[in-house]
Design a protein around this ligand. Sequence first.
Ligand code: HGY
Ligand code: MN
Ligand code: MN
Length: 418
Amino acid sequence: MSMDTNNLRINIARLLDRLDQLAQIGKIDGDGVCRLALTDEDKAGRDLVCRWMHDLGLDVSVDRVGNVIGTRAGTEDGPVVLTGSHIDTVGTGGRYDGTLGVLAGLEVIASMNDMDMQTTLPLGVGFFTNEEGVRFQPDMMGSMVHQGHLPLDGMLRSKDRDGATLDGELNRIGYAGDVDVDTMRAAAFVELHVEQGPVLEQRGITIGAVDSVQGLLWKQITFSGTSNHAGTTPMSLRHDCGYAAGEIATFGRHLAIDMGEPQVVTVGTILMEPNLINVIAKQSIITVDLRNTDLTLLREAEARLDAHANNIAASEGLDVEIETLARYDPTPFDQRVVDLITDNAMTLGCSVRQMPSGAGHDAQAFAPNCPTAMIFVPSVGGISHNVAEYTEADDLEAGTNVLLHTLVSLANRETDLS
Ligand code: HGY
Ligand code: MN
Ligand code: MN
């Protein structure tokens, strides 16, 4: 780290103010946030962040799947050193998930502008479309298209539960950009994110230097049977989709326990049709989120779940359709970048630990294409995807300072990534 940057620090009051301003957009009870991808709330958030990018003198581009990147020129032309995350949220989100990574990136730029500091390589700050995958699947959609791992046309045709297409919504909110996807290869990608789990807090550690993301699998199982009267239909004559959905939810929990950590299984949604108290359900649609750091074990969990769904359908006389909504293998990050983050954290006097990520992130789209890693800061109570999500200001400041020094090191080629 060259001497003239040792004292470089961010302005935490400015970062907190921007976090607070953005949190007002899509605000819900309990000081939470709901900005589902490509809704009016997402548009309003996008407009605000783009205004901040322009105010900071960044060159702002929008690509064909609505990803937005603000770029600050370097003293040399060359591949951009990129940071960023997402500003779309889950329906019961907090103010830090994704948003911190984007606004911390802007704070890095603002701090460098304050010091009139130049870097050799250009710096970029991005927010990527539909990271959460709540309205359109899969998650990490925008960054995966941006880096060539998902097909643009197929994703533009994806539909939400009301039949709205991603393409239609991008045009409706004015973010159907003209920049081609799968063209940018960054010099490096570093994402700051709240941990969203209990590890750092339980160990009293301030910084996570993230070295990998676990594998993720989203399955949607649709059972189709026969509606009938809840009172008159003998149990032996039923073709009950409500029973089948319940079986899957229970099986998922037992599967995770049987496989042991780090396997996790989550049933987050169950739709029933006609969803009436005295009618045997003729259809149920249940989603299952499976994750593991080990690909072989993740595939074993998938096979056991699929087999169970087919057995339940056969024994209950149901039709069953099993779809895969998202499939991401475990993703390793670049150890040189992980070590740079670790060194910068220690130089800045922060406790630090190298660790995997339990959540999916945009960074995993960049990892196969350029040196990539992430920085975590603690989540109070390990809570996230919940309006109670919270991270202490001191930790936000520490994480953003580590991001600042890491980006400066990379953009000044102080770290050999050849
Ligand atoms: O599902 C995830 O891990 C991320 O929040 N999209
Ligand atoms: Mn996130
Ligand atoms: Mn999230």
